[in-house]
Design a protein around this ligand. Structure first.
Ligand code: GLN
Length: 499
């Protein structure tokens, strides 16, 4: 009893997030302030926040998310502090409190040397790539009075520019420098604005704000900040360097040999080159695949469990008028889940319902399982309704209870009848999990995206990710076909056995 109470308390404590951890919200494609070094988020902002945690005597954790979610994360309490190269603006000041500034910087234009940038007039009416929700976004909207092309990160905007999808990119100078490093066709303009970065905390958290201000003042005064800036600028630059698969950069006359060499170089860069923590970049895909399988399989099982219950309740109500209350609850569940988009359900689960739950895998499993349960329920209900009512009557006449007849006679036949439709739902679910990147979970799709953002190479990461999904789905379809044949040929069909 005591043990159970203790376990319950620990779970509640963990859920309520008061376990003494300072959580930092950030967007880790912004070198040298925050970037991924293997699986770990590192950078100047991370060091500042870690120093704050140390001052408060708390453990420290950095959460990676989209830039436009960083400030909402502190407002909603999902994170304690936000540090993501955040510029102090009057609009943002209405929603959060800012610390004293720690860096003065600004935004610049990234342009193609073939189409040099001269002045802001030249930008009017052009396709300009920006990171969504940033001051560059606001500059295009408010100063140039036009809609920018919005991307999730500056590297993504640059990749789009290199692929010819936009003509200019506007970004903060440091990540912009990182983007043009090694890209001989690109260059940077002078500053378009002057901005200051600060750490954001929720309004009213005066103690926390004071601790952040003291820390920033201290790291500025004792030279730590200057050292972090120098170290992380060098480190992020090293990560960007393009390696080569072989020392022999062949000067081959044949285009085939050149293409082969460039494919090998690209392969090395995307999958074999260490991502910063010493492990090859390809590990993003391997670990991501693990997450995809984990989330998809657990969600399928949870969905099946929910689906069975809801289907039996609904079918029993439709046929025999049983469970009126549960049937109404099930109908409301089906309406809400099937009436709203999956990605919105995932975000609501993450930001609102399970706000204090740390495990993103658990959040994803619950969101996808609950969503899939609704679809599986309807498929299974159709299966149950397809079974002749005489089967239930026969079972009852033999003295079996309602539930036993349902479990032993009706459901096995129902499942066999709807197996192809269920299989289809599993496949859709498996591919749908590729949106977990919205809650910053690194699955297979997001793993490919990270490789793309670090290497600026689009073909290999995306095509490889697509190929892995294809293999997964084909394997699954094959297994399902085997199961179907097995059920057809064995005694899983009471009707056939009886006849
Ligand atoms: N400094 C810019 C802003 O605050 C961009 C920050 C970022 O992209 N991480 O809007």
């Amino acid at each position: 009893m005591k043990k159970a109470a203790f376990a319950l308390c620990s779970v509640l404590l963990a859920l309520s997030g008061i376990a003494g951890t300072l959580t930092m919200a950030t967007e880790a494609t912004f070198p040298p302030y925050e970037f991924l070094c293997g699986q770990e988020i590192v950078g100047i902002d991370v060091e500042i926040c870690r120093a704050v945690a140390r001052k408060l005597g708390k453990a420290f954790r950095a959460e990676n998310m989209d830039f436009d979610s960083v400030i909402p994360a502190v407002i909603s309490g999902k994170a304690d502090i936000a540090a993501s190269g955040i510029t102090i603006t009057e609009d943002r000041r209405k929603n959060v409190d800012f610390s004293i500034p720690y860096v003065t910087t600004g935004i610049v234009v990234i342009y193609r040397k073939a189409d040099p940038y001269k002045n802001a007039d030249q930008l009017k009416g052009k396709k300009i790539g920006v990171q969504s929700g940033t001051t560059s976004d606001a500059y295009v909207l408010e100063t140039l009075k036009q809609e920018p092309e919005r991307f999730k990160s500056t590297p993504e905007a640059c990749a789009a520019m290199l692929a010819g999808r936009c003509e200019f990119v506007i970004a903060d100078i440091d990540p912009a420098k990182n983007c043009v490093q090694g890209e001989t066709s690109l260059a940077l303009s002078g500053f378009l604005s002057s901005e200051s970065y600060a750490v954001a905390v929720a309004k009213g958290r005066q103690d926390l704000l004071a601790a952040v201000n003291d820390t920033i003042a201290a790291v500025k005064a004792d030279g730590r900040l200057a050292k972090w800036i120098a170290d992380y600028t060098a480190e992020s630059g090293r990560l960007k360097e393009k390696g080569s698969a072989s020392a022999a950069s062949v000067q081959s006359p044949s285009w085939l040999a050149t293409a082969w060499q460039s494919l090998r170089d690209d392969f090395y860069l995307c999958f074999l080159k260490p991502a910063g923590d010493g492990t090859p970049r390809g590990m993003y895909l391997v670990r991501g695949l693990g997450v995809t399988l984990h989330v998809a399989l657990a969600a399928i099982l949870l969905g099946l469990f929910i689906g069975f219950i809801v289907a039996v309740v609904r079918a029993s109500h439709d046929k025999y008028g049983y469970f009126p209350f549960l049937s109404t609850v099930s109908k409301i569940y089906l309406t809400i889940i099937r009436g709203t988009p999956m990605v919105v359900q995932l975000l609501i689960t993450y930001y609102i319902i399970l706000r204090t739950v740390d495990s993103k895998v658990l959040i994803a499993i619950l969101a996808f399982g609950i969503n899939s349960g609704a679809y599986q329920a309807e498929i299974l209900r159709a299966g149950i309704l397809s079974i002749d009512p005489g089967q239930m009557e026969a079972g009852r006449a033999l003295g079996l209870s309602y539930w036993r007849t349902m479990l032993k006679i009706i459901l096995p036949q129902a499942v066999r009848n709807v197996l192809p439709a269920l299989g289809n739902e599993f496949i859709v679910l498996m591919k749908d999990t590729s949106i977990v990147g919205y809650i910053a979970l690194i699955d297979l799709a997001k793993g490919g995206d990270i490789i793309r953002s670090q290497t600026y190479s689009v073909y290999l990461p995306y095509l490889t990710v697509a190929a892995i999904y294809l293999v997964l789905v084909m394997t699954f379809t094959w297994l399902l076909g085997k199961l179907e044949r097995h059920l057809r040929n064995t005694g899983a069909d009471p009707v056939r056995n009886d006849s």
